[in-house]
Design a protein around this ligand. Sequence first.
Ligand SMILES: [Mg+2]
Length: 294
Amino acid sequence: MKKIKLIYNPYSGDKTFKFDLDIYVTNLQQAGYEVHMFRSINQGDIENHLKDIEKNFYDAFIVSGGDGTINIVVNCLMKYNLNHIPIAIIPSGTANDFATFLKLPKEPDDACKIIANNKTIPVDVGLCNDKYFINVCAGGLFANVSEKIDKNFKEALGKFAYYIRALQEMHTFKPINLKITNSKETIEDKFDLFLILNTSGTGSIKNLSPTASISDGVFDFVGFRNVGIANLPSVAIKYLKGEYLEHDKILFFQDKDITIESIEEVYTDLDGEKGPKLPINIKNIPSAIKVFVE
Ligand SMILES: [Mg+2]
């Protein structure tokens, strides 16, 4: 019998996933799986649990949670050589950018149908210094937004909390001096914000990078040059309309290896969690994991 490991956090998002557990188990048993569960309640417990798993014991993983939980599981898959095991994602967190990008359903019956159909796609993973990410590495304006959000605020406002908090952060931000090196050139300038995107959205902003593909082996780099808070929204709108290539306030390129340095102390944000401090080197690991899709 095939074995599947279901990882969930009972407190994530609207906290309703746990009420559907029996529906999941029933559906997965019918699809030929023996279901093992891991209920995550403390920081670090998923990592402690996954690091000792035998490489060929499981046929699949299911992760119920938001981008933060998926980021933790992807880091474990990569670090402990479990990335040959396909993962199914049930979007149940506060921010579900990755699942939204892949149009993954939240309803138990639909989610289980996807697993039963056994169709997976290869997905690139980013390595930022020694940490992996799947959606985005951001620096500047949006960096560290999610960790500053009060837990109650996050629960009350859901995904909008990220965006609102980001706007509040704008009052204190200042442009940062960056030295950006890709495989063709080095660019030095002042930037308000940079994003290195694997998927096309972050912080509830959809289609931030209309061209981003999750399995092309390259990232979309988008840097907003020193335009100031007042002008940033209009420049961003131009970018979203696809006018970014001719806009001199936006630096856009695609690459699989990007290094970013700064003389200032700049922290990054990986998938909404605190990332490493600059300097960073980012590598695209093509088709690193397999994800169940419709
Ligand atoms: Mg890509």
